[in-house]
Design a protein around this ligand. Sequence first.
Ligand code: AMP
Ligand code: FE
Ligand code: FE
Ligand code: ZN
Length: 271
Amino acid sequence: MIDLHSHTDYSDGALSPAELLELARREGLDAFAITDHDTLAGYDLLATPEERQPEVIRGIEVTCDLNGRPAHLLGYFLRGDPGESFRRWLELRHEQRRERNRRLVRRLQSLGASVELEEVEALGKSMTGRPHFARVLVSKGYVDSYEEAFHRYIGEHGAAYVPPEAPSLAEGIARVNEAGGVSSLAHPVRLGPAFNEQALGSLARAGLRALEVFHSDHSIEDSSRYLEMARRHDLAVTGGSDFHGPIKPRVRLGGERVENWVLDSLRERFG
Ligand code: AMP
Ligand code: FE
Ligand code: FE
Ligand code: ZN
């Protein structure tokens, strides 16, 4: 069993890379991918030797834009380091996030929630995003829960919402592919009606290599529909839980029970 989608505390997960590795071992996984939002720092820290059990795959989840809505793109670097130019491109993502975070702080302050950029950034080891804002809003008592923070303030329909500034999905796909990665569209169910046969066709023409078929937000029906769609567009398949730790208690590492053939066939096609 494998899990190709998980987060460490280098983005918005709760566990350190070493703790995640230990959990994967306890869950009996053969391999798992660290796919932190817009950063490779968590994976880099493990500097995993080839013979490590379970095997750790270097991955990333880049926030992109699809027609004005956020869309997440996974990248898997099966052959090793993506290289300097990709890492520089990630630095630009961080600068965009910083600017957006400043705007979020201003909006929250204007709504009477006194939050400082410094205290939010103190929670984010290598990238700071809305989950860190949610934690600060909870700890300062402006809301009772993480979910309420999104609902009232920073979620898409919240009063302080600021959309991410992100590259287009086509640009993300090109960057991941150029860096030798396998690009895979994450949790398509979250794209809603914007995700259909035609949209997938044009992403496939833009170079998309895979579709995340198995995911904790997908019903069994969703997964079989996405599997069919991937086959029709000659895309590879990826899958994982999207584990974040106790912040999302319903999601378990390895919980999607993704079979090893998923990774084997990625390696056959792109390794
Ligand atoms: P950001 O990349 O800064 O826009 O933050 C996006 C992250 O916030 C997602 O990956 C989720 O982990 C989290 N998130 C977004 N919307 C919600 C929500 N409504 N409830 C809980 N978490 C959310
Ligand atoms: Fe996340
Ligand atoms: Fe995601
Ligand atoms: Zn994720």
